[in-house]
Design a protein around this ligand. Structure first.
Ligand code: FAD
Length: 492
């Protein structure tokens, strides 16, 4: 049963929402209500098998664990993209590649988020079983490990050998600052189980009396009065119900967080006028100038049978603005229903220049918005990706034992690393300040990958968990509103 009030309402129980709710509810005197629109589970034993199985990415067509959005990779092309829609969010269904942003990535963030400032938070979220020491955590909730060299999948091992023969250096620890090269992917997998933030952070604290976690509950909008967030409206049957809050933390992910702000009247004045929503506060950057990694999937054929059941990605090569990804199995095997029968090799542009935007449907602003990526809009992005495809094709051609590199195909897609739809900063387009507070609205924060100033040059998940941890542990504490004083009505 939903309470009528919570000191803190967290909207969205995905990667960041799971961490935020766990850390804020560390204070037993503060009531925390986490509202997640997708389905949930209460324990590891209760968690569906495909969510636990790190070799499965259950976001294919018809998945009950994913939301699907129409997308335009380029103005001329259309597709759909999926994100997790369940307790644990995208982090409960992702590829379990848990790699930190590079120091250079964080140089684009406000100074309080420099690599030196956040290293302690990166350490606090993890237990790295391969590399104990000053750079790594040894008692954090998320287990991190790499596949041992002698147990790599044949595709990963052949890729590593080929990269080294081509002159690339082996990088022992991709989570350490240092030069580019080929290395093993840090994975948040333990004994074949994907341990995302819901499992690592939230399930262990579900028993807390001050924490309520409700699934199957869609938040429709944040209620703003006199420049302050005072409540959320949640869907109830065909109507809505109001839950008041001292503070609302929006963690609905990089698509739904900007949508929710706009549905609440917070966003670009021209866009809100277009979709007929009354303006509460003009923030021109909401939903605009986002970044994500374009990824070209090169399809090829195996020459012989290879094993299935490995993590989808065990090794990567970083060189300049490129990441090369030798996926271990065809997407059709890892993503049930995706229908991609041939194995693919990914070429990722790690520092894209193109910028996209989220476009709400004028007729029904609540429906799934269009993700307008505008990939390849910048000529340098095109040139860099073309160079990546050339390098990848040469490497595939050199993996003669395993790979039939005749008749390669290429398809432009996305790595699903959407970032920056509610950017952090202090410029005109910034949506939140360096403490994740929505600029110009009291009592409202956004904490998820939408606040990244831009997509890191690596997968965003480890950085998202670091962000949420830092918010819940330190930023939140210094910003915490006064505790809600329970009103006592004396009996008459
Ligand atoms: C298939 C896939 C594979 C990926 N693989 C990797 C990888 O291997 N490595 C990596 O670094 N990154 C990967 N990513 C990206 C990474 O997982 C995400 O960037 C990260 O999990 C995002 O976390 P988040 O908290 O910002 O959003 P999410 O985890 O998406 O959480 C948002 C949550 O909010 C809920 N929600 C939304 N709207 C509402 C509402 N109105 N009311 C209530 N609840 C709402 C959603 O249901 C969801 O649970 C992958 C992403 C996907 C989709």
């Amino acid at each position: 049963m939903l309470p009528a009030h919570a000191d803190v309402v967290v909207v969205g129980g995905g990667s960041c929402g799971s961490v935020v709710a766990a850390r804020i509810s560390d204070d037993p005197d503060r009531s925390v209500l986490l509202l997640e629109e997708g389905p949930g589970y209460r324990s590891v034993a209760d968690t569906p098998r495909e969510i636990l199985d790190a070799a499965t990415i259950p976001v294919g067509p018809g998945s009950r664990w994913a939301a699907t959005f129409p997308a335009r990779p380029t103005p001329e092309t259309g597709t759909t993209v999926s994100r997790g829609r369940l307790l644990g969010g995208s982090g409960a269904v992702n590829g379990a590649y848990f790699v930190r942003a590079r120091p250079g990535d964080l140089a684009h963030w406000p100074a309080s988020w420099s690599y030196d400032e956040v290293l302690a938070d990166f350490r606090a979220v993890e237990t790295d079983t391969d590399f104990p020491g000053d750079l790594h955590g040894s008692d954090g909730p998320v287990p991190v490990a790499r596949v041992p060299w002698d147990r790599l999948h044949p595709v990963s091992a052949a890729f590593h050998r080929t990269a080294v023969s081509a002159g690339f250096a082996t990088v022992d620890d991709l989570n350490a600052p240092g030069p580019d090269g080929v290395g093993r992917v840090p994975l948040n997998i333990r004994d074949g189980m994907r341990v995302g933030p819901a499992l690592a952070y939230l399930l262990p604290v579900l028993h807390r009396p001050n924490l309520t976690v409700t699934t199957g509950t869609e938040v429709l909008r944040v209620v703003v009065a006199n420049g302050r967030a005072v409540a959320v409206k949640v869907a109830e049957g065909t109507g809505a119900r109001t839950i008041t809050a001292d503070h609302v933390v929006v963690c609905a992910g990089a698509v739904r967080s900007p949508q929710l702000l706009m549905l609440s009247g917070i966003g670009p004045a021209d866009e809100l006028r277009r979709i007929g929503i009354t303006l509460q506060h003009n923030l021109s950057g909401v939903g605009r100038d986002f970044t994500d990694h374009p990824e070209v999937a090169i399809g090829y054929r195996y020459r012989r049978d290879v094993p299935t059941g490995s993590p989808l990605l065990e090794t990567v090569l970083h060189t300049g603005t490129l990441e090369l990804r030798p996926y271990t199995v065809p997407f059709g095997a890892a993503i049930p229903g995706s229908g991609v029968a041939d194995p693919v090799f990914g070429v990722v542009l790690t520092r894209p220049r193109s910028r996209g935007r989220i476009v709400l449907d004028r007729a029904d602003p609540r429906s799934a918005p269009v993700l307008d990526y505008r990939y390849l809009g910048h000529p340098q992005d095109r040139a860099d990706l073309r160079e990546g495809v050339r390098l990848a094709s040469n490497m595939l051609a050199a993996m003669t034992d395993l790979v039939d590199a005749s008749g390669l195909t290429t398809t432009l897609g996305t790595s699903l690393h959407l970032s920056g739809t509610c950017r952090m900063g202090d410029d005109e387009g910034a949506v939140v300040d360096e403490r994740c507070r929505v600029r110009g609205i009291d009592g409202l924060s956004v904490v998820d990958t939408s606040v990244f100033p831009e997509v890191p040059s690596r997968g965003p998940h480890a950085t998202a968990v670091m962000l949420a941890h830092r918010f819940g542990v330190s930023l939140w504490r210094s910003e915490a509103p006064r505790r809600h004083t329970r009103r006592f009505t004396p009996p008459v």
